[in-house]
Design a protein around this ligand. Structure first.
Ligand code: SF4
Ligand code: SF4
Ligand code: SF4
Length: 198
């Protein structure tokens, strides 16, 4: 029985490491999976701490968090580590503490995802000089967020494609298909600043 539980948390951790690039997302993935199973609730720091950790991680990944959330996550991991009665709780606390060692959490508190993978913290933009107006990005965008007309060889006067920021969900699908790497991913905060300055 104990062995099954040990394997489960290791499996979740492995999945989190493989499925997400950003440590905040990895930790959030882990906590969501951890909480999706039955919670025995025998020790408060684990039972309540895991819920609170999920809330704080969600705030950070949505760009709504601050340094206080990072500090709370640190306290939760330490209390869970010290007071959890089973290996499942202790391992979970250790994973969280390990992810927290990076300065990526504090970057999220300041509104930046260094891996540029938290959709709420990034912005997509087409570099006009690189766009060949092939229309591939428009075809894959499920949110109708790309403006432009596919260029035909016998006509002229086309303009480079543009992303409608209000519709873009930062799903990243357009980047995967662009043949000229014309779509760049920026920090949302920086992109907003540029917009204000221009
Ligand atoms: S540490 Fe173990 S025993 Fe305690 S609440 Fe968490 S899962 Fe249950
Ligand atoms: S990131 Fe997603 S939603 Fe935004 S323009 Fe590209 S495909 Fe569309
Ligand atoms: S896929 Fe790239 S090159 Fe083609 S229209 Fe979109 S941004 Fe321009």
């Amino acid at each position: 029985m104990t062995q099954q539980k040990e394997k489960k948390v290791e499996e979740i951790r492995k999945e989190a490491e493989q499925a997400r690039a950003c440590p905040v997302q990895k930790a959030l993935y882990y906590m969501e999976e951890f909480l999706s199973g039955p919670m025995c609730g025998r020790c408060f720091p684990c039972a309540l701490g895991a819920y609170e950790a999920r809330v704080r991680l969600q705030r950070l990944s949505r760009g709504q968090g601050g340094s206080e959330d990072v500090a709370v996550l640190g306290r939760i991991s330490q209390q869970m580590l010290a007071s959890s009665m089973c290996k499942k709780g202790k391992d979970s606390a250790a994973f969280l503490a390990e992810w927290l060692k990076t300065d990526v959490f504090e970057a999220h508190a300041q509104g930046r995802c260094p891996q540029r993978s938290c959709p709420a913290l990034v912005s997509y933009r087409i570099v006009p000089e690189l766009c060949i107006m092939c229309g591939d990005c428009q075809e894959v965008c499920k949110f109708n967020a790309i403006l432009g007309e596919k260029a035909l060889p016998y006509r002229s006067g086309y303009r480079p494609f543009e992303i409608r920021q209000l519709r873009c969900t930062s799903c990243g699908e357009c980047v995967k298909v662009c043949p000229t790497n014309a779509i760049e991913v920026l920090d949302r905060a920086e992109a907003e600043k540029e917009k204000v300055q221009t």
